[in-house]
Design a binder for this molecule. Structure first.
Ligand SMILES: [Zn+2]
Length: 205
């Protein structure tokens, strides 16, 4: 049993809203909106899964920032922000690694102690208000049941990090499952097909 399971089901939020974000050399510069709004883990698309899968080229990083905000800058209405592309890539690799190797389950993580923010109790549910988007992403990762954190088995999948709704799922989507079956068949015919055909001919009297 994982040690963060008491957090499962907790709601997560942070505030954000980006007025503009653009590439500036090896950095992204931008500004928060004057009026900020909530970004929750229930938002569609989910911020964490988008972050893990969005890629790390400059255009993708700017696009993510426009949609969800900068990772580590405290959201303040109208304030400017600036970060290096490399910081984004490092953060992305860190969380992808946590998703893949699940090492964060070895010890319980005390969100408040490590990252600040606060809890709110409301109508029988707990909401964790994260101080930054990045902390929300970490929290979203650690509260998920560990056995459902999956990486799609289809080679070249463009959306490999996925949360399995069913225990046995190995592919992120029906498309990837189908493609994988096609690739398997093709490979089988290329490697085993000649033998099979030869054997079939032998059976004919
Ligand atoms: Zn896939």
């Amino acid at each position: 049993m994982d040690t963060n399971s008491f957090l499962v089901g907790m709601k997560l939020e942070t505030i954000g809203g980006v007025k503009y974000a653009e590439l500036s050399g090896d950095q992204v510069r931008g500004r928060f909106k004057e009026t900020l709004s909530e970004i929750t883990s229930a938002s569609q698309p989910n911020p964490l899964e988008t972050f893990l899968n969005c890629g790390s080229d400059p255009t993708a990083i700017v696009q993510f920032t426009l949609s969800f905000g900068p990772l580590k800058q405290e959201p303040k209405p109208g304030s400017e922000f600036l970060f290096y592309l490399q910081e984004f890539m490092d953060a992305q690799q860190l969380l992808q690694g946590m998703w893949r190797d699940k090492s964060h389950y070895e010890k319980p993580i005390d969100l408040l102690k490590e990252h600040g923010g606060n809890y709110r109790f409301q109508k029988g549910s707990i909401t964790y208000a994260a101080p930054t988007l990045f902390v929300q992403l970490i929290a979203d990762l650690i509260i998920r049941p560990v056995e459902r954190l999956r990486v799609c088995q289809q080679r070249g999948c463009s959306h490999p990090y996925f949360f399995a709704k069913h225990r046995n799922r190995r592919y992120c989507s029906d498309e990837c499952a189908e493609q994988s079956q096609k690739d398997f068949n093709k490979e089988w015919w290329q490697t085993q097909g000649a033998d099979w055909r030869r054997n079939q001919r032998k059976k004919v009297p």
